[in-house]
Write a protein that binds this ligand. Structure first.
Ligand code: CMC
Length: 371
């Protein structure tokens, strides 16, 4: 009864139809569809519909969700001002979290839980606008207003750089949104569900999730991986680096996972896009060299590359500055957060685990002047 499951390992908190992560086979199924197919042929908008409705949209339904996303991209003035004012001194993830939270102020009925995916859509449509505006404000550049004739990923790159991306870049960006969109009951999704389970509003649930994704053991690894690759610097240094980490018993960013017993299947897609955009990517060469060394030294311990090993190298090819990598992971994963929040609200029971008390009882209170 009182067995402690540290890190909640192996604890099954609920049922879900959103995603199956098969850690043994290295497969991900989004609402029953193979992630490999969706990463190649689908779009983020289609994936949102799929995760929210448990089926693929018709052509009309897809047009409709695209139109909704396009219409709801612009930021309320108050949030735009907040970003412009705070971007220079606030970390991108802190600013994204605060901005998502602030969106509640511009909803006349933020506590309405009747249609949680519609409220989430309003946030998800705006997250890339927040990120692009924050980046430009940090650089002292004027914001680029979103367009209502571009797809979600294409529009993000347009607002980030002020020019339309190539078809290859837009497709790679869309793929990153899909690859990070959902991954079962991970830490940030659980955080969103815990908040939703109290019947707090959708803004609170999504804000909790952004905060939870920030850490380097979760989404923040997209950035620490890049620091690691830059520290290694050259493929010839990979062996020395890994040896040092292993002998110091330090963790190597971009490796290891609670669920996978093999390579994370998303790695191949990130790699494919980097190779398409820049076959000479130095970061990719270093990442591959580190991967080889880790597989030799830690493979028998079940330490395999996770998706964050390659994500940053692709973001770099797309011109996204390193401090913004985790914000993009958030903008993608908001799909999964919102789908799980909707499931939670559909059949809710408040999350309330217990903790095994290992302290003392019966201690006598002594007033401060007698201690
Ligand atoms: N490098 C070296 N050894 C590792 C690594 C690693 N990256 N990850 C786990 N190990 C070892 C760890 O030292 C421990 O060894 P021992 O049993 O001898 O003490 C064993 O493997 C189990 O590790 P754990 O930390 O108990 O495993 P966990 O399931 O609690 O943590 C993890 C999973 C992803 C937090 C962890 O593997 C890690 O810290 N990896 C590096 C950070 C990272 O890449 N995070 C991104 C995760 S994937 C995307 C996402 O979810 O955001």
């Amino acid at each position: 009864m009182d067995e402690v499951k540290k890190g909640l390992e192996g604890v099954v908190v609920d049922e879900s139809r959103v995603c199956k992560v098969d850690g043994e086979e290295g497969k991900i199924w989004y609402a029953g569809y193979d992630m490999d197919d969706l990463a190649r042929y689908s779009s983020y908008e289609e994936l949102l519909f799929l995760l929210w409705n448990d089926r693929l949209p018709s052509a009309d339904e897809l047009d409709e969700i695209r139109g909704e996303m396009q219409e709801r991209r612009s930021l309320p003035d108050g949030v735009a001002d907040l970003i412009d004012r705070e971007a220079a001194r606030t970390g991108p993830m802190d600013l994204l979290r605060t901005s998502v939270s602030a969106l509640a102020s511009y909803d006349d009925t933020p506590n309405d839980l009747d249609d949680p995916t519609d409220r989430s859509l309003g946030v998800i449509a705006k997250m890339p606008t927040i990120i692009a505006r924050a980046h430009r404000a940090r650089q002292g550049d004027d914001p680029v207003e979103p367009r209502d004739d571009l797809g979600h990923a294409e529009n993000f790159l347009y607002t980030l750089h002020g020019e339309e991306p190539t078809a290859e870049e837009a497709s790679a960006m869309d793929s990153t949104f899909i690859l990070y969109a959902e991954h079962g009951m991970n830490a940030s999704t659980f955080s969103a569900c815990v908040t939703a389970s109290t019947l707090a509003n959708v803004y609170s649930s999504l804000t909790s999730a952004v905060g939870t994704l920030q850490g380097p053991l979760h989404g923040g690894a997209t950035e620490t991986v890049i620091e690691m690759l830059e520290e290694v610097g050259d493929p010839s240094r990979a062996s020395e680096y890994v040896e040092e980490k292993v002998s110091n018993k330090e963790k190597i960013p971009g490796f290891g996972h609670r669920v996978y017993e093999t390579v994370d299947p998303r790695c191949a897609h990130f790699k494919r896009h980097i190779e398409e955009l820049n076959p000479d990517s130095e970061l990719l060469a270093v990442a591959d060299a580190v991967r080889e060394e880790v597989e030799v030294r830690l493979g028998d311990k079940g330490i395999w590359p996770n998706t964050d090993l390659y994500a940053g190298a692709l973001y770099r090819e797309l011109g996204v500055p390193t401090p913004f990598y985790t914000t993009l992971f958030s903008a993608s994963r908001a799909a999964g957060w919102s789908a799980h929040v909707a499931e939670q609200l559909d059949d809710n029971r408040i999350m309330r685990p217990r903790v095994k008390f290992v302290g003392e009882t019966g201690r006598e209170y002594v007033p401060v002047d007698e201690r």
